[in-house]
Design a binder for this molecule. Sequence first.
Ligand SMILES: Nc1ncnc2c1ncn2[C@@H]1O[C@H](COP(=O)(O)OP(=O)(O)OP(=O)(O)O)[C@@H](O)[C@H]1O
Length: 261
Amino acid sequence: MSEVLDLQGVSIRRGTKTILDTVTWQVRDGERWVVLGRNGAGKTTLLQIAAGRMHPTSGTADLLGERMGRVDVFELRQRIGLASSSLADRIPAAERVRDVVLTAAYGMTGRWRETYEEPDEQRAADLMAAFGVLDLADRTFGTLSEGERKRAQIARSLMVDPELLLLDEPAAGLDLGGREELVAALAELAGDPRSPVLVLVTHHVEEIPPGFTHLLLLRDGQVHAAGPLEEVLTAEQLSGAFGLPLTVERHEGRWGARAAR
Ligand SMILES: Nc1ncnc2c1ncn2[C@@H]1O[C@H](COP(=O)(O)OP(=O)(O)OP(=O)(O)O)[C@@H](O)[C@H]1O
């Protein structure tokens, strides 16, 4: 299996703060990773590196076989999908959902005189259907609920057929129904062999979709543990990463965690 991400001793320092501290992490073809850690652990920063949007202060980052610092990052970014709330904030509220998804093919937000080819239109429709937003295609992005926006954004990030898809807290702010719909959509994506390699950042083990295979636990900018999900998602490891005693349980492919009594 080839490496899609290969970080070796990656650190990020800003002023006196070390945000990521000698992180070594490898992600291979076919894997679906979850990244967990408490607030401020460095999850979003790690995704920025994985997306080719931030350079390590020290260490090396190889993305899709290309060494950061030696490659045209613009081209590389086209091969990596990223969905995050900060990117969603840049989507114009007046943009139609259909165009939110379609314009990704051109690496832009806001439709401005592009003409799209029929295969693009078809692909956008297929992705909107897969993420349950096809009925909303003619609505404007600003009128969608939070859950609908998240699903439209994931459809958008898949539009370029990325080799790697990074999802930063896609379930944040969703109600129970919205979360469950999203988890089901991500489980389907995880189970499809045509899907890109997936990396999902979350705060809650309840949001881990079935079909995800690996887990990275971050603590204070360092890798606390990383490896196959079932080996790493234990009470001991999770308690260590979050710095409090926790119990972990699994029921029908889903996970739960709570404070140990
Ligand atoms: N430019 C910066 N300068 C100084 N500190 C920064 C900078 N950017 C991020 N940080 C700090 O680095 C730490 C890690 O931030 P990051 O957003 O990666 O964490 P996170 O795990 O995604 O957190 P959360 O779960 O709260 O979203 C935080 O303490 C944050 O305040």
